[in-house]
Design a protein around this ligand. Sequence first.
Ligand code: GLU
Length: 296
Amino acid sequence: MRRSNNQYIGRFAPSPSGGLHFGSLVSAIASYVDARQHFGQWILRIDDIDQPRTKSGAAESIIHTLNAFGFKWNNSIQWQSERISQYEQVIQELKDRNAVYICACSRKEISKIAASGVDGMIYPGTCRDQGHKENSSRAIRIRTNSERIYFSDRVFGHFEQNLETLSGDFIIRRADKITAYQLAVVVDDYLDQVSHVVRGADLLMSTCKQIYLGGLLGYPTLDFAHTPLVINKSGKKLSKSDRAFPVNPDTPLTALIAAWRFLGQQDITPHVQTVEEFWDEATTKWSIQKVPADYP
Ligand code: GLU
């Protein structure tokens, strides 16, 4: 479905599994400055659906750091943990349409038979037609098909996947009853009326799944841009537990300028001394064409 108005609504959706690290700052800057350049709105959403991975105090620390860095968001902060009933409504709709099924496989069983795909193991469809009943330790999977899902990423260009062969039927509610990220993010972006997603390239491989789900639910299509990942010394994506590149809320300008350079942008002039001046100049200079399409 096409969006009926041209309004730009962007968002930043950190998971509170630790404080804001340099890698998250890179995608936050890209998403914020892109929204500002389009005279759009920008929403802050805390992706705290995965409670076992949520660290106490992490959301507050992220919000504090974003404030210190001069980010300003529209509306009140959204919390995934407050949307469980909305996710459940959508899951019920998908059940009623027979678009999903109950999966009784354990991770171990799947790993014995499944090949690995671009985004985890390719589920071989074992439970597809088994008619399993729901119980306390069974996941829900969405049926995929061989349709070509494609989009044009503003940084990475044309991208396409055949979900059936590349990932198989994927989980929308985990065995521990927690809504899977893939479903939660699609419902959230719809409820928040997001039009433009700018986020880290670790989610490039998830995008076709999200486009597929959004299409099934009749949601408007989104515009995607993925920013390069910051890699640590051992070549892995920087994670919240990484202590190598913490961002210090007491010296915001230093981190903002370093992240700006990482995004391949034209240098900020030396007379910029405050975060407000940084955002003004960054908004004028921002060029998404300059962002390197590096994928580790
Ligand atoms: N919560 C996800 C993360 O922190 C980002 C989700 C998204 O941008 O779609 O990696």
